[in-house]
Design a binder for this molecule. Structure first.
Ligand SMILES: *Cc1c(COP(=O)(O)O)cnc(C)c1O
Length: 398
């Protein structure tokens, strides 16, 4: 069986809670704590001498079952074991992982074009814990290599690929090879790609995080996140205690929704990819469009990297219309199928204006440096019939 079929098969498999699952579908354990038949068992579980559930801020069977499935998916094609911990959001996953891996005085080497919330989290919250943040251009490996080899330990490299909103792809294997020589862990935010299209652990990364709010849930029905790692002792003894103590846990219902969404992930992603490629080609040939960013287009600056490390080019694209902000707003207001919403990865097509939303707090010069102009519209291409999407954009661009 090829690896993509293996992922597809895993997604469809029913989620089970070992020893505790007589029902056809994953049970939803809406409970704060678990009771014990006798005090000896209770004591043993508390002491860690026996396996069992105690309190849902520590662990919950529904959440564990979904986390396990995500760990399995990120582990397809990876030689070692994988473990996952679900969190209350993608932001919580990033915060918990970074602050559990790094002490005060540690360094995060990352890119300037991160998800806007992540940049804000790093500079407004993580920095206050005494962690240094170094921004690098990850298309310049020479420079990244110099930084990793030269800077003081402890350090982590934090990547996001493809990036928002220009869909630049960073060569995970190349970065991981440099980091490995210095024992620096590499963390990849795999939200845009999902484990169906990209599996960073197989490319040499040590950790993956997701905002499962996006494609893994897939239907825009909840907020949650996940941390995946390949070192069991670090996951259990370093990461999990921070989650438990900060209480940034995923609630069982949001986990359950993610578990349900995952079952159709391969189907949805195939369709997202197909529709995004179709729409990007249409927009590229449209006289009313100045520029299209989609990694599946051969003239995208990082098409080769995407082709090498991804199993598909994803459902996200951005395009630029003439007339700056007014031009973009006019098109956005005329779209009917595509709705204006500040999220992505839902089954329906969503649009956003980066310059006045996700990148509002980014200085205009920096925005310009990354090509985020006022006429840019970002599209999270849905799974509607291709003709409906094309008709909608044709009408809006007229
Ligand atoms: C949405 C998103 C996040 C933050 O996730 P939340 O679930 O909203 O906390 C982080 N990274 C990327 C790439 C995202 O798209």
């Amino acid at each position: 069986m090829n690896k993509q079929d293996k992922v597809a098969e895993l997604c469809l498999q029913k989620l089970r809670i070992v020893d505790l699952n007589p029902s056809q579908q994953l049970p939803l354990h809406l409970t704060s704590s678990f009771s014990f038949d006798d005090i000896e068992t209770c004591t043993a579980v508390f002491a860690g001498a026996a396996d069992g559930y105690v309190y849902s801020r520590y662990r919950n069977p529904t959440v564990d079952a979904v986390a396990k499935r995500i760990a399995e998916l990120e582990g397809v094609g990876f030689a070692g074991a994988t473990a996952a911990i679900m969190t209350s959001s993608g932001m919580a996953a990033i915060y918990v992982l970074l602050t559990s891996l790094l002490p005060s005085g540690g360094t995060i080497v990352t890119q300037s074009d991160l998800y806007g919330g992540t940049t804000e989290l790093l500079f407004k919250v993580v920095k206050k814990t005494g962690i240094n943040i170094v921004l690098k251009d990850f298309t310049d490996m020479e420079d990244v290599s110099k930084e990793i080899r030269g800077a003081k330990q402890p350090m982590v490299v934090y990547l996001e690929t493809p990036t928002n909103p220009c869909l630049n792809c960073i060569d995970i294997a190349a970065v991981a090879a440099i980091a490995k020589s210095k024992d620096v862990p590499v963390i990849v935010d795999n939200t845009f790609a999902t484990p169906y299209l990209q599996r960073p652990l197989t490319l040499g990364a040590q950790f993956v995080i997701h905002s499962t709010t996006k494609y893994l849930n897939g239907h825009g029905t909840g907020i949650a996140g996940v941390i995946v790692g390949s070192d069991m002792s670090v996951m259990q003894q370093t990461v999990w205690p921070v989650l438990k103590l900060t209480g940034a846990i995923c609630n069982p219902f949001d986990a359950w929704l993610v578990g349900n969404g995952i079952r159709t992930l391969p189907l949805r992603m195939d369709r997202h990819c197909e529709n995004a490629l179709g729409l990007s080609k249409y927009l590229q040939n449209h006289p009313g469009v100045e520029k299209v960013y989609y990694p599946g287009l051969p003239d995208h600056p990082t098409h080769d990297v995407a082709d090498r490390q991804m199993f598909g080019f994803g459902g996200m694209l951005s395009f630029v219309v003439p007339g700056g902000k007014e031009g973009a707003f006019k098109v956005m207001n005329k779209l009917r199928i595509a709705s204006i919403a500040p999220t992505l990865g839902d089954v329906d097509t969503l649009i956003l204006h980066p310059a006045t939303s996700s990148h509002l707090n980014v200085q205009p010069e920096i925005r310009a440096q990354f090509g985020i102009v006022d006429g840019m519209i970002r599209v999270s291409v849905g799974i509607e019939p291709m003709t409906s999407i094309l008709d909608d954009f044709a009408f809006a661009l007229e």
